[in-house]
Design a protein around this ligand. Structure first.
Ligand SMILES: Cc1ncc(COP(=O)(O)O)c(C=O)c1O
Length: 385
């Protein structure tokens, strides 16, 4: 029987029917009045999700494009940045910086470990000459399923009075876990459409603070497509310097409306409880969490492959028999872990299906666990006592 596949890779995520429907409408003129109304609604809705009054720029791009946009707009060749490297995506930010001639100081942690506030503080404290122009870090490193204390780091930087700006990759955390751009004083927040925003891939988003705009003024890096000033200027008249991804903006308007209806606090609570529920159930099944539990991500869970079970067999059984798609380990973690994405349009009941299927598939592949363990554990986490 045909049924809709449950996509539980760590993004792109499941797209709700409402958003799917909003994507199937005829195109409009991207220089006409209907487009102005569309963009102005999206711009206002994004401010509520980013929790900021800062400018939010929209690009027809993937998340990596938005990361690169920050490098080419905020810095000049030879500038020094501190990059917190916890996995593939935070390494990527460092690499983009290096490719553009930046001097990148890497704070590299073992995959599965978080970077602590004190570690960043120690590096900034040594920087007597104030060479470090920015601290770049992921709020959630998707490859290693680790969350970072952005609030703590931002507050520490403000207290120190170090002039570095804070640049946060929130691609797998925006609209999932708390992020208070203005209240915490985060200068640049980078995100993309395909995770918490429940959309297809293809939109990159960047919020830019006043302090960050000053850096844009000073930056000598060449750019055209990514030019923040050009995009901002056009966006003030509800247009773009080039053809925008109009269809995705229809979807964005719908997604922002859905998030607004639920309320950001409720969205965050839902992800937090589901994240906790998944981790509890995984441990109840006798499996081992890959990442440091203290800093566990609430949007993706990484689990060590049990002995004698092969990732490919598990993923294939889940996909073919249960229509559930999970993610594997990237690069050096290939074959060693499996990852379950739980961000965006997820409901408590979805996790019964996903973890129930994982349990059945594992048993079928020879792993020993009493059937029903995952469901009982989820119930214990989700029931309000
Ligand atoms: C934290 C993080 N940063 C960056 C990226 C790269 O985004 P994209 O694949 O849209 O270029 C991803 C993708 O999963 C991500 O999770």
């Amino acid at each position: 029987m045909e049924r809709r596949q449950m996509l539980h890779i760590p993004g792109p995520t499941n797209i709700p029917e409402r958003i799917l429907r909003s994507l199937s409408q005829p195109l409009i003129n991207h220089r006409g009045p209907e487009f102005e109304a569309l963009l102005s609604t999206c711009a206002a809705g994004l401010k509520k999700v980013f929790r900021t009054e800062n400018d939010i720029l929209i690009f027809p791009s993937s998340g990596s494009g938005a990361l690169e946009s920050a490098i080419v707009n905020l810095f000049s060749p030879g500038d020094t940045i501190l990059a917190v490297c916890l996995g593939v995506f935070s390494d990527r930010m460092a690499e983009i910086g290096e490719k553009h001639g930046l001097n990148v100081i890497r704070l590299t942690k073992e995959w599965g470990q978080a970077a602590r506030v004190e570690e960043i503080e120690a590096i900034l404290a040594q920087d007597q000459e104030g060479k470090i122009k920015a601290v770049c870090l992921p709020q959630n490193e998707t490859t290693s399923a680790i969350g970072i204390d952005v609030e703590g780091i931002s507050r520490m930087m403000q207290q120190m009075g170090h002039g570095a700006i804070l640049v946060v990759d929130a691609i797998s955390s925006l609209a999932c876990v708390p992020l208070e751009t203005d209240a915490w004083g985060v200068d640049v927040v980078i995100s993309a459409s395909q995770k918490g925003l429940m959309l297809p891939p293809g939109i990159g988003l960047v919020s830019v603070s006043e302090r960050a705009w000053q850096r844009v003024e000073q930056s000598t890096m060449p750019r055209w497509y990514w030019d923040y000033k050009a995009v901002k200027d056009k966006m003030t008249t509800f247009q773009f310097p080039y053809t925008p991804a109009t269809t995705l903006l229809f979807g964005l308007r719908e997604a922002l409306e859905m998030l607004n209806e639920e309320g950001m606090e409720k969205v965050w609570e839902r992800h937090q409880l589901i994240g906790q529920g998944v981790r509890n159930a995984v441990e109840a099944m006798g499996l081992t969490l890959f990442s440091d539990k203290e800093h566990a991500s609430d949007t993706v869970t990484a689990i060590l492959m049990p002995e004698r079970v092969k990732y490919k067999e598990l993923a294939e059984l889940l996909r073919t028999k249960y229509d559930i798609v999970i993610g594997g380990g990237l690069q050096k973690l290939q074959g060693q872990i499996f990852r379950i994405g739980h961000m965006g349009a997820i409901h408590f009941m979805d996790m019964y299906a996903v973890l129930g299927a994982v349990e059945m598939a594992l048993v079928e592949l020879g792993y020993e666990v009493e059937l029903g363990t995952a469901a009982a554990s989820l119930a214990r986490t989700f029931i309000k006592k």
